[in-house]
Design a protein around this ligand. Structure first.
Ligand SMILES: NC(=O)c1ccc[n+]([C@@H]2O[C@H](COP(=O)([O-])OP(=O)(O)OC[C@H]3O[C@@H](n4cnc5c(N)ncnc54)[C@H](O)[C@@H]3O)[C@@H](O)[C@H]2O)c1
Length: 371
């Protein structure tokens, strides 16, 4: 090695060590969390493991929920029933939003306009137009905006992504995902639709959740778009409310998606199949990766059936939410876009919006629907 390259390497190591020391000595990021319900508890669990975050404020319509969160945090957070007051709080640099889907645009845009960095729970918004408004506002604000698609940091998803990116199955050609679950938790916050006057669990109503594809399937769709790396070209879908007759959101769905690079994706969900393990099959031109919620990740190649692929490397095994927040804080520190950007969230949600349009309007949806 030349003396010049040795010097360059030493300098790089010194700079990396200095950056790590600076990150450790930096004061904790000052965060406010809006929405202290079911999902908020996963954010809370991450904060309790992260000295680099200090929760200075909480907001929820339900004071008892704020009290319960605050006691877990040691009691130091200011509590606001009105989320607008949290956004105005000068003691907050980051606003995290974990409220029902229909509230996402108003809250995220107000927080960005108030000069805060924003971590917004998935899905970005109920429709494409609102999502584009958030994206534009995030760009204009110069603040860091991320959408909480933490599943990409989960071990199995990270492993599959690494194997595919390393070319273990060659070019991805076809993906099939089947997902199952039971009904939504009855503890969900209840919303009154101003048009119909109907009050129900927000996940049952289209006006508050968007669709089941948007609320539930968007995690799988996020994985698919990261594997395929090509825009949606065409979508056909069909679905229904077969079992939960009091819901406005579907409990079964079948979707067929073609991407611009020729990859095809078939998807189904059923929400009255409690306990049934989901299944994913990713077919490449050199092999197949397959796994179910009840079994191991397996690799089929022309030479061998059911091999165990090489293990995941470079993953700390920490909670997905902790890894997500670490990436978000790093994006803030280095003033670079988060990997969980508005564009990434829109690419994933587009599959859900497309399935909704295809089902409701009984037609083929194409890229032109998102022009
Ligand atoms: N990333 C994931 O894996 C994941 C998992 C579950 C939910 N989520 C998302 O998290 C969000 C919240 O879902 P949840 O399961 O926590 O719902 P939830 O019904 O359990 O909780 C929603 C909370 O929001 C509060 N709220 C409602 N309106 C408010 C307002 N105007 N101001 C302040 N607080 C308000 C409610 O009081 C309630 O505490 C949704 O967007 C959902 O899609 C993400």
């Amino acid at each position: 090695m030349s003396s010049h390259s040795t010097l360059t390497r030493r300098l790089a190591l010194t700079q990396t060590a200095a950056a790590a020391a600076l990150a450790q000595s930096a004061p904790p990021a000052k965060l406010g969390l809006i929405g202290n319900g079911n999902r908020g508890t996963a954010h809370l669990a991450a904060y309790l493991k992260m000295p680099e975050i200090k929760v200075n404020a909480l907001s929820d319509l339900d004071s008892a929920r704020m009290d319960s969160y605050n006691s877990k945090l040691g009691g130091g957070a200011t509590k606001y029933v009105d989320w607008r007051e949290l956004i105005r709080d000068k003691n907050i640099d980051i606003v995290a939003i974990a409220t029902p889907n229909f509230l996402h645009p108003e809250m995220a845009i107000a927080a960005l306009r108030a000069g805060k960095h924003v971590l917004l729970e998935k899905p970005i918004a109920i429709n494409y137009q609102l999502a584009k408004q958030i994206e534009a506002e995030a760009r204009k604000s110069g603040k860091i905006f991320a959408v909480g698609m933490q599943r990409r940091y989960r071990g199995i998803d990270a492993h599959v992504q690494q194997l595919v990116d390393n070319g273990i199955i060659g070019q991805v050609r076809f993906i099939n995902i089947n997902e199952y679950r039971g009904d939504w938790s009855p503890k969900g916050w209840h919303y009154t639709d101003p048009k119909s006057g109907r009050t129900a669990n927000w996940r049952f109503l289209k006006s508050s959740s968007g669709s089941t594809e948007l609320e539930f399937s968007v995690h799988a769709f996020s994985q698919v778009v990261q594997l395929v790396k090509s825009p949606l070209a065409r979508c056909l879908a069909s679905g229904a409310i077969m079992h939960y007759k009091d819901h406005e959101t579907r409990d079964v769905c079948e979707g067929l998606i073609d991407f611009a690079n020729g990859v095809r994706f078939t998807y189904t969900f059923c929400l009255f199949a409690q306990g049934t393990p989901g299944r994913t099959v990713i077919v490449g031109d050199k092999g197949v990766l397959r796994y179910g919620e009840d079994g191991a990740l397996l690799l089929d190649t022309p030479a061998a059936k059911g091999q165990t692929p090489p293990p995941l490397t470079g993953h700390s095994g920490e909670l997905a939410e902790v890894l997500m927040y670490k990436e978000f804080l790093d994006a803030i520190r280095h003033n670079r876009p988060s990997a969980l950007s508005a564009a990434a969230a829109i690419d994933a949600a587009k599959l859900a919006w497309a399935m909704e349009i295809a089902t409701v309007e009984n037609r083929i949806v194409t890229a032109k629907d998102f022009a």
